[in-house]
Design a binder for this molecule. Structure first.
Ligand code: GUN
Ligand code: FE
Length: 435
C-alpha cells in the first residue's frame, strides 16, 4: 500500500478541553486520503508493518513547524469579499442596504462571479481554511460557479444559494416560487458536479428576509435532500426587535416553527440570545458560528461564548466576510480572544477564552457545527486528512529569535501573530492544495 507519513510536532483537539500534543509524532495517511495511524515516531515502523505500507512519501517537519488539523470557517459570504474593510461606520441593517445588497446583486454577472470566487477560495486556502461554509448570492447560476471554484482548488465546502423573499431591494429579491425552484435547481446542479467534498446547503438569509412559508418549504427540502442548513440569528439589537415585531415570537422560536433548527444547522452570531433561546438551541443540537471580528466592526455586540458552552451549545468560528474584514480563521481565533478579554473587563467571574479554546472552535468545534465530526476536525484514525503545516520560523512571528519553543508555544505564536505566510502546506482529504 502506498501513502504518506508526516513526522514532527503535532497538535490537535480530542475534545473541548483536551489538547493532544505529540513532540515527535507521526500521522500515516493512505492513498484514499484517510488517516490510517498516528502515534509517537518510535511506533511508526510497527504501524507501517501492521498496515502493510511499503512505499511511503515522508514529510519531516522542521523544528519550528507544527502539523494541525485544517481550519474550518463556518460562516463566510463569498460575494462580499470585494467589500472587506468597507462600511463599518454603519450598523447591520443600514450596512446591508447601503453596501451589501448593492454588491451582491452584481453577481448576475458570471464573469465577476468567477473572478471573485476564484480569489476567495484561493485566499482562504492560503490561510489554511480546509473547509468553508459559504453564503453565495441569490442567483443559482452564479452560486454554482462558487461550487466550481471550490472544486477546482480542492477545498471542502458547503455552498448556499441565498433565499430572500422580502425586506430587500426590489431588484434583489425573489418570489416565493422562484426561491424554491431556484434552490432545487441549484441543489441538482451542485450534486451533478459529483464532488463529494462539496455539498449544497439550505441558506435562508435571516428571518427578516424570508417569509415563513418559504422557510418551512426550505426545511422540507433540507430533509428530503439530506442537507445542512445555515442562517443568521440575533446579531444586532434592532434586528432582534424587528424579528419580535414581525413574528411576535423569539428569534430562535421563529426558526423552530419553520423546522430549521436541527443538529445540522449552523446559526451565525447568536449575540443577544435569551436563556429560553439558548435552551432551545441546546435541545435541537444546533450550533453557533461565532464571528468575533464582524461583531466588533458592525458594532453588533460581544458574544459570550462561555455562556453558550454552559448551555451545552457547540460553538464554531466564522470570518463573516465582509462583516468581518479578514478571510482568515487564524485572525478569527485572535479576534475571539480579544472579544472575550474585553468581556472579562466588564463581567465579574468571567474567564476569558484561551488559545486552546479558540483552536478548538477553529477545528473540532467547526467540524461538529457542520456535522462533519466523524470525518474531519482532528487526527483520529479513519478521518480524512485535512491539515495544515504551519511554520513559525518566519521573521514576523519572532520565533526565529527563540532558541527553543514547545509545540504549545508555537501554536500560541500562530494564534496571536499568524497569517498566510506561516501556512506552508495545506491538505484536503490527503491532497496537497497549497505548497
Ligand atoms: N444578516 C443578514 N444578512 C447578513 C449578512 O450578509 N451579513 C451579516 N453579518 N449579517 C447578516
Ligand atoms: Fe453573515
Amino acid at each position: 500500500m502506498e501513502g504518506r507519513v508526516i513526522l514532527g510536532q503535532i497538535i490537535h483537539c480530542i475534545n473541548l478541553n483536551t489538547l493532544s500534543v505529540l513532540d515527535n509524532g507521526f500521522v500515516l495517511i493512505g492513498i484514499d486520503g484517510k488517516i490510517k495511524a498516528t502515534g509517537n515516531a518510535s511506533d511508526l515502523e510497527s504501524a507501517k508493518k501492521q498496515l502493510n505500507f511499503t512505499r511511503l512519501e515522508t514529510i519531516t517537519l522542521k523544528k519550528k513547524q507544527i502539523l494541525l488539523p485544517g481550519f474550518i470557517d463556518t460562516h463566510i459570504h463569498a460575494p462580499q469579499y470585494p467589500n472587506a474593510g468597507l462600511g463599518y461606520d454603519k450598523p447591520l441593517l443600514e450596512w446591508l442596504d447601503s453596501y451589501t445588497y448593492k454588491l451582491e446583486k452584481k453577481y448576475k454577472d458570471l464573469e465577476l462571479s468567477k473572478k471573485v470566487y476564484d480569489a476567495v477560495v484561493r485566499k482562504t486556502l492560503d490561510y489554511g481554511t480546509t473547509t468553508a461554509c459559504y453564503f453565495a448570492s441569490l442567483y443559482d447560476d452564479s452560486s454554482l460557479i462558487l461550487a466550481n471554484s471550490v472544486t477546482k482548488f480542492g477545498q471542502r465546502a458547503f455552498v448556499g444559494k441565498v433565499n430572500m423573499t422580502k425586506l430587500a431591494p426590489s431588484d434583489y429579491v425573489e418570489t416565493a416560487q422562484e426561491s424554491i425552484d431556484n434552490t432545487l435547481k441549484f441543489i441538482r446542479n451542485v450534486r451533478a458536479i459529483n464532488n463529494p467534498l462539496v455539498q449544497p446547503i439550505i441558506t435562508p438569509r435571516f428571518a427578516l428576509s424570508v417569509d415563513m412559508d418559504v422557510m418551512k418549504k426550505l426545511s422540507l427540502i433540507a430533509k428530503e435532500y439530506n442537507l445542512n442548513i445555515q442562517t443568521h440569528i440575533s446579531e444586532n439589537k434592532d434586528e432582534v426587535k424587528m424579528v419580535h415585531e414581525t413574528y411576535n415570537d423569539l428569534y430562535a422560536s421563529v426558526y423552530h416553527t419553520a423546522n430549521l433548527l436541527t443538529p445540522r444547522t449552523v446559526l451565525a452570531h447568536g449575540i443577544h440570545l435569551s436563556e429560553d433561546e439558548m435552551k432551545l438551541l441546546h435541545k435541537t443540537g444546533t450550533s453557533i458560528s461565532h464571528c468575533p471580528e464582524s461583531n466588533v466592526y458592525l458594532s453588533s455586540g460581544i458574544c459570550d461564548v462561555r455562556k453558550l458552552w454552559e448551555h451545552g451549545i457547540n460553538v464554531a468560528l466564522g470570518t463573516d466576510v465582509s462583516g468581518g474584514a479578514s478571510p482568515s480563521i487564524i485572525n478569527a481565533m485572535r479576534s475571539a480572544i480579544s472579544a472575550s478579554t474585553n468581556l472579562s473587563f466588564t463581567k465579574s467571574k468571567y474567564t476569558k477564552l484561551t488559545y486552546v479554546d479558540v483552536f478548538y472552535m477553529a477545528t473540532l468545534g467547526g467540524a461538529k457545527a457542520l456535522a462533519l465530526d466523524n470525518e474531519i476536525g482532528n487526527f483520529e484514525v479513519g478521518k480524512s486528512f485535512d491539515a495544515v503545516i504551519v511554520d513559525l520560523d518566519i521573521e514576523h512571528s519572532s520565533a526565529d529569535l527563540l532558541s527553543e519553543c514547545t509545540p504549545q508555544e508555537l501554536l500560541q505564536k500562530l494564534v496571536f501573530l499568524g497569517d498566510d505566510r506561516n501556512v506552508v502546506k495545506v491538505f484536503v482529504n490527503g491532497k496537497i492544495v497549497k505548497d
